[in-house]
Design a protein. Structure first.
Length: 73
């Protein structure tokens, strides 16, 4: 589904990130070739070539906004 959405919207999935509330969301993003995933209320973990970051509070939201800004660079 993510690959099809990327194709239809002409997105560079390698320069995209996923925000999800389930680990399955993040795993789908990884399989689709996205750069990173942000897991709401989940545990952050590092996997080779893919970063899963937590999104629990305002401090984490600042990190998400910085990651989005970095994708535009």
């Amino acid at each position: 589904m993510l690959i099809e959405a990327g194709r239809r919207l002409d997105l560079d999935l390698q320069r995209s990130l996923m925000v999800g509330d389930k680990l399955a969301d993040i795993q789908a993003a990884q399989r689709a070739g996205l750069a990173q995933g942000w897991l709401v209320d989940g545990e952050a973990a590092l996997q080779p070539g893919f970063a899963i970051r937590r999104l629990h509070d305002d401090h984490d939201l600042g990190g998400l906004l910085a990651a989005i800004d970095a994708l535009g660079s």
